[in-house]
Design a protein around this ligand. Structure first.
Ligand code: NAD
Length: 491
């Protein structure tokens, strides 16, 4: 049995401290302030990071604005920018092991999953490199009267604000399209997990990204994040995080009429009909909520199961959840590691306790055996959860799932849509007509039919209702980070 005394493997080449990166140089906060970053297995501070404030954001935005106004990045040919992006992808791939080791140490993600997130980060750069080279814009002609075409232009300094779950990959999802399209950026990564973000500066320098195109300011949301949102020289904010933070940013950005992209929280349903391939549906729905420690925006954290298969599903699901291997994140066999931070651990544990009063506990329900310290939570399954339960309605963002029975398709749809969120939905049925009709009616930005959460980067990514505003992915990201100017010519 694993014991609490085991420690997460400390990565090689840890920096001594995490600093900002502004105008091509690593710098401390202007007021010298720092904050502690902890390792989620011991909850001991292992490094300090510069705590950015308004003055640091001002400096970073000034550097980014200078790089945008004076170039050469915004006016370089797409092919030239694509070369830099592909080199970035090469470096990220070459450093995959080191990067994953750091991500795993800082976030508590299982190492095997941190490795695949690193590969996805590289792919994000390759994908947007391809896209800008293949980019074509609209042109319309009214014969004998008028020709019209579109000038696509980078907008300026993009403010990128990212969360602590899969931080490196999610940063790449914003960095790649923002710089591919010729903008310059200021990234404000999450304060819980600043380690992997600090690697970008070295990677970008080595790939030949001009000075000032990428700037990084660490710090807390209410200081550095807030200053970035309210900075008049930052016309775009791309934010991923909680819905309530998104609401605040929306309000704070309103006086400046900024372009906003909001990727927010979720409480996504997985709907299993009685004609589904049960074995596949159980495997996928177990993976869907327990992978990435359950700290996944698109987690299928509510499972709705048709009555005829309900008892068997719950029994088999609980048995499988108990087999999920919780362990030290750096162990290659670990499937659920340590939650990111003690504050988040307390939040998830409070839902586990609440769940015991709202549903029937069939797996987990606390710390796994042998893990008395650190942020470890046993994969936890509640059955018979009513739709007005808080564990049915609220995003827990941990390895906790609510299972609820339904009788008819109409009831399933009502239950699926009965939360404020609308990010993803997973549907398991062999009835094709039902699958497509249900997809059309469910309140979700993304639907997976008889499928795990597998992304095609060309498709739109985003949520409806409280799960987001706008879409990223493929050309939608290009659209967000560019202005399209219509030019009309009289013939
Ligand atoms: P969070 O909202 O607490 O923080 C996200 C980022 O916003 C951090 O960098 C934080 O410092 C910053 N921030 C906080 N307050 C701010 C403010 N007033 N002004 C500017 N910036 C501010 O979210 P989190 O806890 O880091 O991340 C988890 C959440 O993110 C979950 O709700 C999850 O569903 C969501 N998420 C969504 C997606 C998606 O694509 N829809 C992807 C990943 C995570």
């Amino acid at each position: 049995m694993t014991t609490a005394h085991q420690v997460n493997a400390r990565p090689e080449n840890l920096p001594e401290t995490i600093r900002h990166y502004i105008g091509g140089s690593f710098v401390d906060s202007l007021d010298g302030d720092t904050f502690d970053v902890i390792d989620p297995v011991t909850n001991d501070p292992y490094i300090t990071a510069a705590a950015g404030k308004q003055a640091d954001i001002d400096a970073a935005v000034a550097a980014a604005k200078k790089a945008f106004d004076e170039g050469p990045w915004p006016s370089m040919l797409p092919r030239e920018r694509a070369r830099v992006l592909n080199t970035i992808a090469d470096i990220v791939e070459d450093r995959g092991d080191q990067l994953a080791a750091m991500e795993c140490f800082d976030t508590g993600l299982p190492i095997s999953q941190a490795l695949s997130q690193g590969r996805r980060a590289a792919e994000n750069f390759r994908f947007f490199a391809d896209l800008i080279v293949a980019q074509h814009d609209d042109a319309f002609k009214v014969p004998g009267r008028q020709a019209n075409y579109v000038n696509r232009k980078p907008i300026g300094v993009a403010g990128l604000i990212t969360p602590w779950n899969t931080p490196f990959m999610l940063e790449s999802w914003k960095l790649a399209p923002a710089i591919a399209t010729g903008n310059t950026v200021v990234l404000k990564p999450a304060e819980f997990t600043p380690l992997s973000a600090s690697l970008w500066a070295g990677i970008f320098e080595e790939a030949g990204l001009p000075e000032g195109v990428f700037n990084l300011v660490n710090g807390f949301g209410e200081d550095a994040g807030d200053a970035l949102v309210k900075h008049p020289d930052v016309p775009l904010i791309s934010f991923t995080g909680e819905s309530t933070t998104g609401q605040l940013i929306f309000a704070n950005a309103a006086p400046y009429l900024k372009g906003l992209s909001m990727e927010l929280g979720g409480k996504s349903p997985a709907v299993v009909f009685d004609d589904a391939d049960l074995e596949t549906a159980i495997n996928a729905t177990v993976f869907g909520v327990f992978s990435l420690n359950g700290e996944r925006c698109t987690a299928g954290s509510r499972i709705l199961v048709q009555r005829g298969i309900y008892d068997e599903f719950v029994e088999r699901y609980a048995a499988q959840a108990k087999r999920v291997k919780v362990g030290v994140p750096s162990d290659s066999k670990t499937e659920v590691g340590a939650l990111v931070h003690p504050e988040h651990f307390e939040k998830v544990m409070s839902y586990v306790e609440l769940g015991k009063t709202e549903g029937r506990l069939v797996a987990g329900g606390g710390r796994p055996d042998g893990f008395e310290e650190g942020n470890f939570v046993a994969p936890t399954v509640f059955a018979d959860v009513p739709s007005d339960a808080r564990i049915f309605q609220e995003e827990i963002f941990g390895p906790v799932v609510a299972i609820t029975p339904f009788d008819t398709e109409e009831e399933a749809l009502e239950l699926a849509n009965n939360t404020k969120y609308g990010l993803a939905a997973y549907i398991w049925t062999n009835d094709l007509k039902r699958a497509h009709n249900f997809s059309q009616s469910v309140d979700a930005g993304m639907v997976w039919l008889n499928s795990n959460n597998v992304r095609d980067l060309r498709t739109p990514f985003g949520g409806v209702k409280a799960s987001g505003l706008g879409h990223e992915g493929g050309y939608r990201s290009i659209d967000f980070y560019t202005d399209q100017q219509a030019v009309h010519i009289n013939l």
